[in-house]
Design a protein around this ligand. Sequence first.
Ligand code: ADP
Ligand code: MG
Length: 480
Amino acid sequence: MSEFEAVIGLEIHIQLQTKSKAFSFDSTEYGALPNTQVSPISLGHPGTLPKHNKTAVEMAIKMGLALECDIRRINQYSRKNYFYADLPKGYQITQFDTPLCNNGYVTIKLKDGIEKNIRLTRIHMEEDTGKSMHDQDLNDTLVDYNRAGTPLIEVVTEPDVKSGEEAYAFVTEIRRLVRYLEICDGNMEEGSLRCDANISVMPKSSKVFGTKVEVKNMNSISNVKRAIDFEIQRQIELINAGGTVDGETRGFNGLAGTTFSMRKKEAINDYRYFPEPDLPPTIITQEYIDKVKSKMPELPRALFKRFTTEYGLSEYDASVLIDDKLSAFYFENVCKLSDNYKAVSNWITVAIRGYLNENAMSIDEFKLTPAQIAEIIDLIDKGAINHTIASQTLFPALLESPEMSPSSLVAELNLSINSDTSFIEEIIDEVLNLYPEKVEEYKSGKKGLLGMFVGEVMKRSKGKADPKMTNQLISLKLDQ
Ligand code: ADP
Ligand code: MG
């Protein structure tokens, strides 16, 4: 039995979240009643003319720049002709031999910390089709044309991906980037981000790729990984059993974790691409590219570098914080008001994230301001409250009364360390248990030992116990 290696190329469709469609003013809003966002242009009625959506081009350029691509200056559109029920015009407007972007790459980080670049073949602009629904009616397929004409970009990789894990890392990075750039919500369940995987296997020593199978319909990133892992195994077993892999399109069954044949690729499709006669080329100047660049946020890789160097965070903390742009920005806003960066990072990744997850909220819905979080950290660092009370009492109380300042809540709820008698009493008990003879001596009249007990408690509380209260509590205990 020979050893095999897998060769994988990914094709990612990204729906651009413009308000209107790529070539018409129809709304792109998700979830509207079927066939309500369909002007004659979307439906391709004779005599209509497409008009290009500039925002879609701007968003596409942002992605190209984020992925280190060369941006094409003269962008021609083409018609890709085929007949399908969800394609009312009978052709799709796309870019054929002049894609907007060439030569980019995505850096992925694998579990063992090793980084790898996945090269991009191209990114091109195109329009989405309508949606055929096979499961809404017993006898018929229903078609919703609301999606027809929604602007898309398609990111195509070189066959550089070697495993399900690498594909997982790649799609995760793409999703994070589109969210940072705010060009797509990255929602795979709703189909705004879709990934097709081309998979083949070949003997380890071989230089010749095997026949590829294209797997579609993975509606989550973990399903992309599962589908690829399954498909690699299926192809290896098939070859080892003496069979050959057919070039075909397969679907993924998430419940079973298996792929199934959808259609064989018997002949090469002839789409009869030709230049779209109704749209002039989009000309992109360097000036325009610079303008788009200036509107882009700092990207996760750059943030990661700064968070680990400027703020001295661990790689783990930094990677958790940059997971979404708003958490990263929130972190930096708190750090403008607090020097305890490690504590800021902990508050965001533990208490705040925990609260947001429990309530299915995102950080832009979080009620507490960076100033309030900075103040909590300051109160702890000053020794005014201890950390446990801050996270278990003050933080929840503040969420209930977000209009208050942490210090006024500490006063109102009597949370400061000085009044936290149980905190002091615990230490007193420790000290008294440690010196039973001294306790006896005190009880038999040597009252001067009180100062020694107080000093010991103060030392052990690292100066956070109120001396007067400590004094009182010890006398009370000893005089019982
Ligand atoms: P097609 O013409 O069938 O669409 P392309 O050459 O456009 O194929 O490639 C589509 C995707 O498949 C790309 O991501 C490419 O890297 C990948 N790919 C090409 N050949 C193979 C192969 N033998 N095994 C795995 N992936 C491949
Ligand atoms: Mg292709």
